[in-house]
Design a protein around this ligand. Structure first.
Ligand code: ATP
Ligand code: MG
Length: 287
């Protein structure tokens, strides 16, 4: 593994190494998790798709907010980045009504304290994107929290800043993606602070792991949407009667191939770059 780098952590998907006092190496594996359980089967090249897409978006949003990206390694799955003090918030932005947002709306007419409009259907576009933070659970599922609780966790001023920046990032990327045939239904960011206490975007950005991507040409509100993300794997898991606790099920070959193809299609549509070209020279996504 990396030269003189100390392994400092493992997430569900990434391995973290410390390069020096200021820099980390984030290595995205091919692991896939569903319902917060890492499955025993890997999706070949998935880590490269996540790394390449994140770098693509980091390069395009640095005018909106600084980010942690310092360099992309030739293996296409490793990112040198600034070490940040991560905020204890998962910054979720929703542009469409789906998932837990749709469930909340059906039950209460609101989504994490936002009251978007009456009479919305499954997968409808929200009048405005909304910010619905959750806590970063050490273990198990993240928990939705209201704005007051989120502001208590990071301070009101910081909360206002992450909300504003999150919505700006979402607006920028969702407009861009829509022009490339993909609707970003929702997405999640993780921010941290640098040594000068400045807000910096960390982790990953607008990947199929952190977002729901829908093919725009098949979009039809009033029903659940087909998607480029893990939905394919989730749907397979749902057919098994698995109780969604570890250990997760092995994935059959066709589910692996189908999932890999969806990740790569999302990459190619969004970046306009062939995945083979990325493998040959990852830095093409930064241009
Ligand atoms: P968890 O770490 O809770 O398992 P996860 O499964 O999403 O969450 P991964 O995405 O696999 O984790 O690993 C990335 C980890 O690195 C996350 O804990 C994230 O908060 C952290 N991280 C990302 N960017 C930075 C950064 N620039 N500085 C410090 N930590 C970071
Ligand atoms: Mg993560």
């Amino acid at each position: 593994m990396p030269e003189a780098a100390t392994h400092v952590g493992s997430g569900k998907v990434r391995e973290l190494y410390e390069l020096d006092d200021d820099r980390l190496l984030l290595v995205a594996s091919d692991r896939i998790s569903t319902f917060d359980v890492v499955l025993p089967t890997e999706i070949p090249d998935k880590g490269r798709v996540l790394t390449g897409l994140s770098a693509f978006w980091f390069a395009r949003t640095r005018e909106l907010v600084p980010n942690h990206l310092l360099a992309l390694r030739p293996d296409g799955r490793s990112t040198e980045c600034r070490k940040l003090q991560m905020l204890p918030l998962e910054c979720v932005v929703r542009g469409y009504l789906t998932g837990s947002g749709w469930k909340d709306y059906q039950a209460t007419g609101s989504v994490c304290g936002h009251v978007p409009a009456e009479g919305l259907r499954d997968s409808d576009k929200l009048p405005e994107p909304i910010f619905t933070p959750s806590t970063k659970a050490q273990e198990g599922h993240d928990e939705n929290i209201d704005r007051k609780r989120a502001a208590e966790l990071v301070g009101q001023e910081r909360f206002d800043e992450v909300e504003r920046v999150s919505i700006e990032l979402y607006r920028f990327a969702s407009e861009y993606a829509a022009e490339h045939g993909i609707l970003i239904a929702d997405t999640k960011f993780e921010f941290g602070l640098d040594q000068e206490d400045r807000l910096v975007l960390g982790d990953e950005a607008f990947t199929p792991d952190s977002s729901r991507f829908w093919p725009a040409d098949e979009y039809e509100p009033g029903r659940a949407q087909p998607s480029f993300d893990k939905q394919f794997v989730r749907d397979y898991c749902e057919t098994l009667g698995w109780d969604k606790t570890a250990p997760g099920p092995e994935l059959p070959e066709d589910v692996v191939t189908g999932t890999r193809a969806r990740y790569i299609e999302a990459f190619e549509r969004l970046t306009g770059i062939g995945f083979d070209a990325y493998l040959a020279d990852p830095e093409v996504v930064l241009a």
